[in-house]
Design a protein around this ligand. Structure first.
Ligand code: AMP
Length: 355
């Protein structure tokens, strides 16, 4: 499919969380239908989508019917099982493509890919098993962070080494999963670039945002980020290089550490990203619409920023603050409709316009 999707076409989304929900809303706003595929019951995206398939990623019959009902398929998380993608791809295009998923599903593959592109990453060593840990600690030293190669998010699957003698404890914490040991980067702050690429290869980046984490989870993103002109240009060029190398279609998040030696890539996410939620109230076209436009084969929209914004995540009991937040001026509430509040669970976010 190279022609733009016509109005009324159906965009399939693998995953029914808040990102799928906000993608569905953006799809509806552009006149498309959305179809969510999600194993869990009552997914947040299901409340706003046109159709929901509730089935596991190993259910070939359900995947087949889902693919048949869609004109293009995208995803809201990077750990979609490969077999499910194989099955879908035989029937309908998946955007972004498989290569971006293959690379970002595995921290080691991702780091090698970024390094081969000439981008800086934290020093790292492969830790395929317990035997490799001692050599990795000799090479990287401490402080450092042991991260599982796969399935890590929001600081999960990570263990810190303050001292080389923490090695055994850290390895026990990740329960024998293949991992990488990463040197601790002495950064002044963290930023991210939300970048988009269209089917025809056009690239557009939103202004970099500055991110603050709490307990490994994103707490706030503020735009503009504290970056000088050279750093800002570098950040955008780095994101563009990654998009082009992957022949990427859609929105991609690039997380960067700002250091006195330049920008270091922490990780990439082949999807819309929590640190891009500020675009909903700071730009004419937000990251969700930009992603839908790209996967639909439409031209990218104008993502230039018209306001300074701080996005704050509402996590767990932060939901108790909703009545007070709803009364604040210059604040947009975005709630995900999750049935149950749990500690550490992302329940919503707010965008505060800074005047
Ligand atoms: P990640 O899951 O890799 O995004 O890591 C979550 C957070 O841990 C990052 O946003 C940083 O705040 C911190 N972090 C991760 N890796 C490093 C590193 N190599 N050096 C310093 N801080 C790190």
């Amino acid at each position: 499919m190279t022609d733009p999707l016509p109005l009324g076409a159906t965009i399939g989304i693998l995953g029914g969380g808040q990102l799928g929900r906000m993608l569905s809303v953006a799809a509806a706003r552009l006149g498309f239908r959305s179809h969510i595929f999600e194993p869990g019951a009552n997914p947040p995206a299901g409340h706003v989508a046109d159709a929901v398939t509730t089935a596991g990623y190993d259910d070939a019959t359900a995947l087949h019917a889902f693919a048949q009902a869609c004109d293009v398929v995208t995803f809201e998380f990077e750990n979609v099982p490969t077999d499910a993608l194989d099955l879908i791809e035989r029937q309908v295009p998946i955007r972004p493509g498989r290569e971006a998923l293959r690379i970002s599903q595995d921290r080691l593959t991702e780091k090698n890919f970024l390094q081969d592109l000439g981008l800086s990453v934290a020093p790292f060593a492969d830790v395929p098993d317990a035997k490799a840990m001692a050599a990795a600690v000799d090479q990287i030293g401490a402080p450092s962070i042991l991260k599982t190669r796969r399935f890590g998010y929001d600081g999960k699957g990570q263990a810190r080494l303050r001292d080389p003698k923490d090695a055994d404890g850290a390895y026990a914490q990740i329960q024998g999963a293949p991992a990488v040991l990463e040197g601790f980067v002495d950064f002044s702050h963290e930023v991210s670039v939300i970048a988009a690429r269209s089917v025809s290869g056009d690239v557009a980046c939103f202004d970099p945002g500055e991110n603050v984490h709490r307990d490994g989870i994103l707490h706030t993103t503020t735009v503009p980020a504290r970056l000088n002109t050279a750093q800002r240009t570098d950040a955008v060029l780095m994101a563009g290089r990654i998009l082009n190398a992957l022949d990427y279609v859609g929105v991609l998040g690039v997380e960067l550490f700002v250091t006195s030696q330049g920008l270091i890539v922490n990780e990439i996410a082949p999807r819309v990203h929590n640190s891009g939620h500020w675009t909903q109230n700071g730009c004419t076209v937000d990251q969700f619409e930009q992603h839908i436009r790209a996967v639909a084969g439409w031209p990218l929209g104008d993502g230039s920023r018209y306001a300074d914004v701080t996005m704050e995540n509402l996590i767990g009991d932060d939901m108790d603050r909703v009545p007070a937040l709803a009364a604040e001026r210059d604040l947009a509430l975005h709630l995900y409709g999750k049935a149950e509040t749990k500690p550490g669970r992302k329940m919503g976010h707010v965008n505060r316009i800074i005047r």
